[in-house]
Design a protein around this ligand. Sequence first.
Ligand SMILES: Cc1ncc(COP(=O)(O)O)c(C=O)c1O
Length: 383
Amino acid sequence: MWRNGSAIQDFRSALREKFDADVFLFSSGRESLLALVQSLNIGQGDEVIVQAYTCVVVPNAIAVTGATPVFVDIDKDTLSLDPQEVRTAITPKTKAIICQHTFGIPAPLEELRAICDEHRIPLIEDCAHIIADDAGPVNIGMTGDFVLLSFGRDKAISGVTGGAIISHRTDVSNRVQKLEDGTFHFSFFTILRLLLYPLLYAISKPFYGLWIGKAFLKLCSLLTLLPSILTAEEKSGHQSPTLHKLPNACAALALSQFTRLREINDHRRMLTRFYLEQCATHGWPVLHGIRSDLPLQKFPMFVAGAEKIRQSLKRKNIHLRDGWTGCVICPESVDPSSLGYRDGDDPRAEEACEQILSLPTHPGMTLQDAENLVRALRVESQQ
Ligand SMILES: Cc1ncc(COP(=O)(O)O)c(C=O)c1O
């Protein structure tokens, strides 16, 4: 039942009920996006607007079709597309806009919807970092023509891997369906590695500060037991065009988290509120897009010397490096020019990735952990 089983259909039904739309499942968010871009007949000579300050796999999924990802600057208060900048970037070649709810902070959906309607192009909501629940935010995942979901290991919910396209357009749904029907299975070894991942990390976590924890992970990595999040090709702007099925085992894991979505989101809301209170108490500036009712995937702050603070905390076994620093197309090891980004194109995104320091809100992070983290941050800020 690792490859096939009832979990796939159960998960699809649960998502269909939530979004009241067609649901297509793939083995990752990047493959889901590629399937959507292909289904929209976007290719050579076309442009798709994405924000600077994104994960490399998003522009990769556009570039692999032959289309050009056009990077647009962000609003630093939402870390999402700036609608004014979008207006100036639109050309007759623009075939879609992807708006990313970065770390769960809502993108300016109303403005972007209006721009898309004016230009008769689809709006794709990238909900990799947030899946709204009964407590909101209400318009997230409900405004775009399409919604992209990821069930990767650090996403809103995790199946270790996985992704979905939610489609409100039946004309396009038929084409995505055909692509989903033609997907390939992962090998059993690949699924084994995916299933071992949470186990191996759980074993190593208590020892991570000691050499033994790091050595254990290194050994797992040498034995190729740890699935990598990004391949070397992906970091240099290339994505494989092959699409894979969401393994039933990963669908089961993602479904089990999806059925607990409210509980997981409430935990994230509790930590979001805690960090907000701490920012108010200590006079740390807050991004205006952050509200206390948001189930943030992480809590971003802008601080001077963010990288120095991260390095200093690392020496205390507090690991805040999350791949979303130091580069507008993340992670830092990506060469942005391989995707056509030139230094200085999007200055606010460039500032943001240098100044950002993000605090964890994931289900494994307790309030006690958050208190300890804030205490350590206070020490850093006084130095
Ligand atoms: C904003 C965003 N969208 C989409 C994706 C793609 O998700 P996946 O890792 O499942 O391919 C990512 C992955 O990091 C992401 O951060």
